[in-house]
Design a protein around this ligand. Structure first.
Ligand code: SAH
Length: 349
C-alpha cells in the first residue's frame, strides 16, 4: 500500500502517525497549521532534526509541484499544471473576483464519465486524487500566489462524486479551523449526476453548494452527450436535486453548455424551463432555480461548435420569460485556455 500523505491526515490521524514514530501527540497540533500553509516538514525548524529526517524517509510529504503556470493578460486568471508525486498532472485555476480569489480544483487524474464535449475524459480515468492531493492544490495555489483563497469550486478535471470518500475527507480538512478554514458555504461541488452519491451527500448535511451539469432537459439528448444519463435519467436526477434542496435548503445551480445544433434551440430552452419548473417548483418547493449558460469550449477532438451569440441570447430570453433565472457565464482566462483539461493533454502529448 502507498504510504499516506501528510495532507490527507486529519489532526487525530497525524497524531497517530507521529505516535508511531515515537513522538508526542501534541506535535500534531504544531504541524497541522504549518502543513496546511504549504510548509514542508523539512522547513519546520521547531521540530527535532531526527524527526524531520524520519518524516522525510517515510515519503509522506507529497506536495504538488508547479509544472506550468499561465497568467491571463486579460483578467489575471492563473492556471496551474501541478505535477503529483507519481508524475501525473492535474490542473487548477485561480479566478480573481471582487469578493476574493476562487480556486477551481481537479478531483481525479482524468475522468471516466465520458461526456462527449469534455477534454478531461478523453484518456479515461487514471486514478483518484487523495484528500491530500485535493487539499494540496488549494494550499499550493495559495502559497504560490501569496494571497488568500476564499472560495473553492470542485469543477476541474474529474468527477468529484466518483471519488466520494476522498472528496468528503477533503471538505472536512479544508474546513478545519486549524488549517485553511474555508467555510462550506464558500465551496461548490459540480457533478454530472451520480444520483446515488448526491443522495449520500445530502445525508452528510454540509451546507456546500451543489452544481449540476445538466446540458439537456430530455433523456434522448442528454444520453447522447452524457453517458451517465443512461444510468440515471433527467427525472431521477431532478428528484435527487429536489430532495437535496429540501434537506439542506441550499439552492442548486445548473450548468448548461450550449452546443450549436445539439441543445441550443428555442425549443430546447422551452423544454428546459418546463422540466425545471415542473420538477422543482411544486407547491411545496419554492426552490430558486439558477441556470449558468456556457457556450461550449471547443475541443479539437470532439468536433462540437459553440452556439453563436444570438443563439445564446435567444436561449436566455426564453428561460427568462418562463421564470428561470439564467446568466451567461463570463469567460475568464480566455487567452490561456483556462478550462477543460487541455493543458494536461498538451503535457501528455
Ligand atoms: N465532473 C464534474 C465537474 C467537472 S466539469 C461535472 O461534470 O460537473 C466542470 C463543468 O465543465 C461541467 O459542467 C462540465 O460539463 C463542463 N464542461 C466540460 N467540458 C466542457 C467544454 N468543452 N465546454 C464547456 N463546458 C464544459
Amino acid at each position: 500500500m502507498e504510504p499516506n500523505d501528510l495532507l490527507s491526515m486529519n489532526p487525530a490521524e497525524l497524531a497517530d502517525f507521529l505516535a508511531e514514530l515515537g513522538e508526542p501527540r501534541y506535535r500534531a497540533k504544531q504541524m497541522f497549521p504549518l502543513l496546511h500553509r504549504g510548509v514542508s516538514p523539512d522547513e519546520m525548524t521547531n521540530l527535532p532534526k531526527s524527526l524531520r529526517e524520519r518524516i522525510a524517509s517515510a515519503g509522506v510529504w507529497r506536495f504538488p509541484a508547479v509544472r506550468r503556470k499561465l497568467v491571463s493578460a486579460l483578467d489575471g486568471t492563473v492556471k496551474y499544471l501541478f505535477a503529483l508525486w507519481d508524475g501525473n498532472c492535474v490542473e487548477s485555476v485561480v479566478m480573481r473576483y471582487e469578493h476574493g480569489n476562487t480556486v477551481c480544483i481537479s478531483s481525479q487524474v482524468g475522468c471516466r464519465m465520458g461526456c462527449r464535449f469534455c477534454a478531461s475524459t478523453i484518456g479515461g480515468r487514471v486514478r483518484n486524487l487523495s484528500a491530500g492531493e485535493l487539499l494540496g492544490q488549494v494550499v499550493a495555489a495559495q502559497k504560490d500566489m501569496g494571497e488568500r483563497i476564499s472560495n473553492i469550486v470542485l469543477m476541474g478535471i474529474g468527477e468529484p462524486l466518483d471519488n466520494y470518500e476522498n472528496v468528503l475527507k477533503f471538505l472536512r480538512l479544508v474546513n478545519d479551523p486549524a488549517g485553511i478554514n474555508i467555510g462550506y458555504r464558500h465551496i461548490s461541488l459540480s457533478t454530472c449526476g451520480i444520483v446515488e452519491n448526491i443522495d449520500r451527500l445530502r445525508e452528510e448535511n454540509l451546507p456546500i453548494t451543489l452544481s449540476v451539469s445538466l446540458h439537456a432537459a430530455d433523456d434522448e439528448t442528454r444520453s447522447a452527450i452524457m453517458p451517465i444519463n443512461r444510468r440515471w435519467g433527467v427525472e431521477e436526477l431532478l428528484s435527487a436535486c429536489r430532495a437535496y434542496f429540501r434537506a439542506t435548503g441550499r439552492r442548486i445551480s445548473f450548468e448548461y453548455t450550449l452546443i450549436a445544433g445539439k441543445n441550443d434551440s428555442e425549443a430546447d430552452a422551452e423544454k428546459l424551463a418546463r422540466v425545471l419548473n415542473a420538477h422543482l417548483r411544486s407547491a411545496r418547493d419554492t426552490m430558486p432555480i439558477h441556470v449558468n449558460l456556457i457556450p461550449v469550449n471547443e475541443v479539437k477532438e470532439t468536433g462540437f461548435r459553440h452556439s453563436d451569440r444570438a443563439a445564446v441570447k435567444r436561449f436566455a430570453a426564453v428561460l427568462e420569460r418562463r421564470g428561470v433565472r439564467a446568466t451567461v457565464r463570463r469567460t475568464l482566462g480566455a487567452d490561456i485556455n483556462a478550462s477543460c483539461g487541455q493543458l494536461r493533454r498538451q503535457e501528455q502529448e
